[in-house]
Design a protein around this ligand. Structure first.
Ligand SMILES: Cc1ncc(COP(=O)(O)O)c(C=O)c1O
Length: 387
């Protein structure tokens, strides 16, 4: 048996949706993208969404959008607080836009930012908090919004790993001034590659629409805060007002997304059933820490962190997994400071990042997916039961 990191969740329906697009001959951003954006906003409970070609691009456009707001905008040199564990492209746009990052350690039981340390790390220079809910486990978003209000900070919510997670019935991905999602193969829904930026702020929505496609005015609604679009004429559509990119999604991706969105609740239900099996088996394991939360976990993958620093045991575990064809990875992207790319960043750390480093060196994750993985999880447990 191979226990994979992720499994294909497409059926005939996604393939027929793709065939329909192919038949139409219209491949570039059009009505499927618009429809998917609308339905995704409805699902999430946000006013506006902008689809991109990946979650990383959604992050890039989000950070750029904060720079072009008329009020309470970001500027070069502003300090931004970030959790020490996330994916590389949570951080990359911050570096590219000249922001100063401050890393805060994670809570070892959730792998999300340590909320007490987060408040202590806020200074007069702080302008934004970046929140990340790791692997489907909601970070303390109500508290983060309370801090943002108290200290007048922007909130960027990278929810790329936690679509469908909830805190007290409110979905993660609805707390930040902007939130983002990824639809890469292994994620809660897959559009091959794809991402989404969502917001309730009309100005940000318009800026993001322009930045997504060349910085032009063409995709802006008639009444928008950026430019007077009442004048008609083709040249009015090709006015370039912002230093933008081209990170649009194609129609094929959006057509698959529309089908996947219909299946999402059911797929999360299956992921959570797998999580129950995993938790039941591993919660009493004396060597591992697993994620613990009272909130609604949408279970992207299953992280396992050794309780003690023990290189010998870690190598032994990884050897067993490799031998048995159980695929594993570093938890999200691991601890930022432990990667070479950190030397390109302007950053400080609030403290020693002890837990993030521990998870980096003594942790890994195995896959979850929206198919029944009971056999695979039991197989994994049997392999690690007596280590
Ligand atoms: C937290 C986080 N942010 C951003 C991304 C980037 O998403 P994508 O792979 O769609 O570019 C990922 C990818 O898994 C992620 O885990």
């Amino acid at each position: 048996m191979v226990y994979k990191l992720s499994y294909n969740t497409w059926s005939g329906k996604e393939k027929s949706a793709l065939q329909k697009v192919i038949k139409s001959g219209m491949f570039t951003m059009g009505k499927n993208v618009a429809d998917f954006e609308k339905k995704f906003s409805n699902y999430l409970g946000r006013k506006y969404s902008v689809m991109t070609n990946s979650g990383s691009s959604a992050n890039l456009i989000s950070i750029a959008s904060f720079f072009y707001k008329k009020k309470n905008f970001l500027k070069k040199g502003d300090e931004v607080i970030v959790p020490a564990i996330s994916w590389s492209t949570t951080y990359t746009p911050l570096q590219q836009y000249g922001l100063k990052l401050k890393f805060v350690d994670v809570d070892i039981d959730t792998l999300n930012i340590d909320i007490k340390k987060l408040e202590k790390s806020i200074t007069k220079k702080t302008k934004m908090i970046v929140s990340v809910s790791i692997l489907g486990c909601p970070t303390k978003l109500y508290e983060i919004n309370r801090l943002c209000k108290k200290y007048n900070l922007l909130h960027f919510e990278d929810n790329c790993e936690s679509l469908g997670a909830k805190i007290k019935r409110r979905k993660t991905g609805t707390f930040g001034d902007i939130s983002t999602h990824s639809f890469f193969f292994s994620h809660h829904i897959s559009t091959m590659e794809g991402g989404m930026l969502s917001t309730d702020n009309f100005e940000i929505y318009c800026i993001a629409k322009s930045l997504r496609a060349h910085g032009w005015t063409r995709d802006l609604p008639k009444n928008n805060p950026l430019i007077d679009k009442k004048k008609q004429g083709i040249f009015e559509e090709y006015k370039f007002i912002l230093p933008g990119y081209n990170v649009r999604s194609g129609e094929l991706n959006a057509a698959a997304g529309l089908v996947q969105l219909q299946k999402l609740n059911k797929m999360i239900h299956t992921r959570r059933k797998n999580l129950q099996i995993f938790n039941k088996l591993f919660q009493k394991h004396d060597k591992f820490i697993i994620q613990k939360t009272d909130d609604y976990h949408s279970s992207f993958c299953f992280p396992l962190v050794l309780k003690k620093k023990n290189k010998f045991l870690k190598n032994k575990v990884l050897k067993i997994l490799s031998k048995l064809n159980i695929q594993f990875r570093l938890i999200t992207g691991g601890c930022f400071t432990e990667h070479k790319y950190s030397k390109h960043f302007n950053y400080t750390t609030h403290d020693k990042l002890t837990n993030a480093k521990h998870a980096h060196y003594y942790g890994f994750f195995v896959g979850n997916s929206s198919i029944n993985l009971s056999k695979q999880i039991n197989f994994l447990y049997k392999a690690l039961k007596n280590i």
